[in-house]
Design a protein around this ligand. Structure first.
Ligand SMILES: *[C@@H]1O[C@H](CO)[C@@H](O)[C@H](O)[C@H]1NC(C)=O
Ligand SMILES: *[C@@H]1O[C@H](CO)[C@@H](O)[C@H](O)[C@H]1NC(C)=O
Ligand SMILES: *[C@@H]1O[C@H](CO)[C@@H](O)[C@H](O)[C@H]1NC(C)=O
Ligand SMILES: *[C@@H]1O[C@H](CO)[C@@H](O)[C@H](O)[C@H]1NC(C)=O
Ligand SMILES: *[C@@H]1O[C@H](CO)[C@@H](O)[C@H](O)[C@H]1NC(C)=O
Length: 199
């Protein structure tokens, strides 16, 4: 009788943990990655992040830009790096022009998309033309990522108003905001900030 109850409990625990789904990465995290990809993709021509595929047997821990914990298989590092050259190629083949910074236009940052990555330690989003966040889906939401230590937002289009939001990320230890619009509106001043923030 007791054994039965114990095994039921174990089963419930496993299901609650999502262990039943796969011995690769976590299903909820794979789904979240695909959502993220779709969110970035909406203004981009062609495919990029080709390893990020909706395939149940594909281990998202092996996807490009993803690092998982060997123990928990949860995503600990997430980087989205788009090759500048590819962007230009795709852009010019599509439109015949060659403006090098407009392919991504202004991606609005929907911070909710990152919430499923509960063990995330590093988030690297350089050169993605991030300009702002979606209303009510702002950086405050990233506060729920209590292990987030490294944030790279270099080469985006954030201005000074980003500091207020970032100051709420209490676990943050390193921040790269170089190449944003920090000094005044419109002027792309090379502003390098790499601080050790110890709260
Ligand atoms: C899913 O991935 C496996 C191997 O990773 C591959 O054999 C299979 O063909 C893929 N399925 C689809 C529908 O792409
Ligand atoms: C995880 O395992 C891989 C392969 O065994 C190894 O290369 C890597 O260093 C390990 N990562 C950590 C964080 O221990
Ligand atoms: C932001 O992402 C979340 C999670 O996917 C979604 O529920 C929400 O609708 C998105 N918000 C906007 C404004 O797109
Ligand atoms: C910050 O980002 C810029 C541009 O990506 C890079 O050149 C620089 O090395 C980064 N700084 C640090 C301290 O990582
Ligand atoms: C800074 O960015 C925010 C959000 O995009 C915007 O509302 C604000 O007007 C900008 N401030 C300046 C000085 O450009």
């Amino acid at each position: 009788m007791t054994t039965k109850i114990v095994s039921w409990w174990l089963l419930i625990l496993f299901i609650a943990n999502g262990w039943w789904c796969c011995n690769s990465c976590w299903k909820e995290e794979r789904t979240a990655l695909l959502q993220l990809k779709a969110n970035i993709n909406y203004k981009i021509a062609g495919d990029y992040l080709p390893s990020w595929v909706a395939n149940e047997t594909s281990d998202c821990c092996r996807w490009e830009g993803i690092v998982c914990s060997n123990k928990t298989r949860r995503v600990t590092e997430l980087s989205i790096i788009v090759e500048k050259i590819n962007q230009e190629e795709q852009f010019s083949t599509l439109t015949g022009t060659n403006t090098d910074d407009s392919i991504l236009e202004n991606w609005l940052f929907n911070a909710s998309l990152f919430i499923p990555f509960k063990n995330l330690k590093a988030l690297l989003l350089p050169e993605l033309s991030l300009a702002d966040w979606v209303k009510n889906e702002g950086f405050e939401k990233l506060r729920r990522l209590r292990k987030l230590e490294t944030l790279d937002l270099s080469g985006n289009k954030f201005n000074r108003s980003i500091f207020e939001s970032i100051s709420q990320l209490s676990s943050l230890k390193s921040l790269n905001l170089s190449g944003n619009y920090i000094n005044g509106s419109g002027s792309n001043t090379w502003f390098s900030l790499f601080a050790s923030l110890n709260y």
